[in-house]
Design a protein around this ligand. Structure first.
Ligand code: AMP
Length: 397
């Protein structure tokens, strides 16, 4: 990593202000429903207390938009972290900045941990307000950013706060994420196969453009295939289409070439956007009015799986279909298995967070993927070739 890392800091008897990404889904009962992001930050947290530093953890949760919403309190997350650390005390305070918080932190002994309340209960967080950033900075002697999932946002806790510290380092999760994602852009081993799906082409256009020169094959699936089919001039019934992006899709097809960028050769269509709707497999140029694309078809699965398994580097972002509905999850599940097989064969496989990470986890395949990113939006922006503000703000190594 070209930035300082936690290893470069002496944290002994220091107050270490750590931006983590504990933006996790909560169950209806208010408990942590998926703790992947919390577990991913444990190496950083453990390193700090084992080295005799006080870990002051701060994160956002959900989108309270500057209001105090009790259902978005981090208290249950503190409880969950305590459980993950084998019962070690995790202090929690129902505030983020101010004298009371400073006093409480001042009373902690080296090796102790405290989690602050939801950063986004303050408007100043997403506004990158300098006063709020300065108030956060008062809480620590050194600063560590381990929140890869929020690194694409210039907020008070990721960017503004760094102005107040001489040395700002990335945590171990940040380091790992950047290492694996950099490999995709810098000298990836060939064949490099990118699998892109999800609802929309917008948000993926720059990813496709930036990967085009680096990959051997780009496989397109999901709802966004519809816009490419429309660009070929095909009628696609009631399928999702972004009319204003048809021209972009046409340009991508001609710039990259259809040898390199593949579209599904068959699709599963349904008579309605419903789990129990009638469904059939058709060629994409034969979609009748009233039907809509819900998944890639079996011939596409076979074609794509063969490409993936041959890959030495595989990057995947976005489900192949409406995978939340079991009848339309087949394509996504089959390609998750193909990606795992590629890893078994020695390929470096990287999943770009979000829905795709969820699909892989649901299939119990996480262990057979080289790296599953904790940041959907952040990993996409990275692969687009953009500099992430939260990373740029760290001290150069
Ligand atoms: P994204 O956030 O762009 O990665 O999109 C993820 C969403 O795309 C998931 O919720 C999927 O249900 C949805 N999706 C995938 N394929 C389709 C499709 N053919 N039609 C509608 N939505 C889709």
């Amino acid at each position: 990593m070209k930035k300082l890392t936690l290893r470069d800091l002496d944290v002994k008897e220091k107050r270490v202000l750590v931006r983590v990404d504990f933006n996790v889904p909560l169950s209806d009962a208010g408990t942590v429903a998926d703790d992947k992001r919390i577990r991913a930050a444990l190496p950083t947290i453990r390193h700090i207390y084992e080295a005799g530093g006080t870990a002051i953890l701060m994160t956002h949760l959900g989108r309270p938009k500057g209001k105090v919403l009790p259902e978005l309190s981090l208290a249950p997350v503190a409880e969950h972290l305590r459980h993950l650390l084998g019962g070690r005390t995790v202090n929690f305070i129902d505030a983020t900045v101010g004298e009371r918080v400073e006093k409480r932190i001042g009373a902690l002994a080296p090796g102790e941990i405290i989690l602050l309340e939801n950063l986004r209960f303050h408007e100043g967080e997403t506004a990158n307000d300098p006063d709020f950033a300065a108030a956060l900075a008062r809480l620590g002697d050194v600063y560590v950013n381990d929140a890869f999932g929020t690194a694409h946002r210039a907020h008070a806790s990721t960017v503004g706060v760094t102005r107040h510290f001489e040395r700002c380092a990335g945590g171990f999760l940040m380091e790992k994420e950047l290492d694996y994602l950099s490999r995709l852009l810098e000298k990836p081993e060939s064949p490099f196969v990118a699998l892109l799906g999800g609802a929309k082409i917008s948000g993926k256009i720059d990813v496709i453009r930036n990967l085009a020169g680096r990959t051997d094959t780009i496989l397109i699936g999901g709802g966004m295939a519809g816009t490419f089919f429309a660009a070929r001039g095909w009628a696609i019934g009631d399928s999702l289409v972004e009319e204003e992006k048809i021209n972009v899709a046409r340009a991508l097809l001609s710039d990259i070439g259809e040898e390199k960028m593949l579209l599904p050769v068959d699709v599963v269509v349904a008579s309605a956007f419903r789990e129990n709707a009638a469904r059939r497999v058709v060629a994409p140029e034969k979609i009748e009015p009233g039907w809509r694309i819900m998944d890639i078809g079996p011939a596409s699965v076979e074609l794509y799986a063969a490409k993936i398994v041959e890959g030495r580097t595989v990057f995947w972002n976005g489900p192949m279909g409406v995978f939340e509905m079991p009848p339309f999850s087949t394509g996504t599940r089959a390609l998750a298995e193909a990606t795992a097989r590629a890893t078994d064969g020695g390929a470096v496989t990287v999943i770009g967070g979000g829905d795709t990470a969820r699909a892989v986890r649901e299939e119990d395949l996480e262990e057979r993927i080289t790296h599953v990113s904790t940041g959907g939006g952040a990993s996409l922006e990275f692969v687009e070739g953009r500099e992430l503000p939260g990373v740029a703000a760290l001290t150069d190594a």
